[in-house]
Design a protein around this ligand. Structure first.
Ligand code: C5P
Length: 218
């Protein structure tokens, strides 16, 4: 399936990661988690004590962290400067800070270029917020996953320890607002994307639906 690029966009908790990995596995494709790249840069900046309230300070270091992304859907590795960062990028600290970093044009320019390089000739499922609109506007298959705020918060709460649905709902609403109102490459559905509401679907059903769309479009 060289050439095939499946763009999977949507807000946090819409089920993008599990669905993207499942689809990649089912079709023997590679998988790229672009959110992990923004998280990795954010984690590195927190480690370096960059002032994340200052967009210029973020821009000045945007090119410094060296990222290595794995594309195996069974083990999507991410390393920064050769150090495994798969665990640290998922902390609540990074989650709370990532939207400030991802809104900085210098960071986006750099990561979009790296994403296009990894995507190369295709054969890949790519998940993010701007894949169908900015990173690969010519992707043959574009899916925009949504789900109700309640369902998204319930899913996220089940994945984490020591949190509540209300806390998660508020955190996700804040992040989605920041991501969809930023000036550069905001979270948005491409005009030619297929919207899939996953509120009432389980993972197998979401994967089956995406596979059906791929068969139809690709
Ligand atoms: O998908 P995930 O929740 O891990 O993404 C973390 C953050 O990275 C998002 O909240 C958003 O700020 C940023 N992001 C982005 N563009 C992408 C993917 C993620 O701005 N393509």
């Amino acid at each position: 399936m060289t050439g095939l690029v499946v763009a999977m966009d949507g807000p946090s908790g819409s089920g993008k990661s599990s669905a993207s990995r499942g689809v990649a596995r089912a079709l023997g494709l590679r998988y790229l988690d672009t959110g992990a790249m923004y998280r990795a840069v954010t984690w590195w900046m927190l480690e370096q004590s960059v002032d994340l309230a200052d967009p210029q300070a973020i821009a000045a270091r945007a090119l410094d962290p060296v990222l290595t992304m794995g594309t195996d859907p069974d083990a999507p590795a991410v390393a920064v400067g050769g150090v495994d960062a798969a665990g640290p990028i998922r902390t609540s600290e990074v989650t709370a800070a990532v939207s400030a970093v991802s809104a900085v044009p210098e960071v986006r320019r750099r990561l979009v270029a790296e994403q296009r390089e990894i995507i190369g000739v295709g054969g890949i499922v790519v998940e993010g917020r701007d894949i169908g609109t900015v990173v690969v506007p010519g992707a043959p298959v574009k899916i925009y996953l949504t789900a109700s705020a309640e369902a998204r918060a319930l899913r996220r709460t089940a994945e984490l320890v020591g949190t509540t649905v209300d806390v998660q709902k508020a955190a996700m609403a804040r992040r989605d607002t920041l991501d969809s109102t930023r000036k550069i490459d905001p979270l948005a559905m491409a005009a030619d994307a297929i919207e899939l509401d996953t509120t009432a679907l389980n993972l197998e059903e979401v994967i089956a639906e995406v596979l059906r769309v791929i068969k139809e479009k690709a």
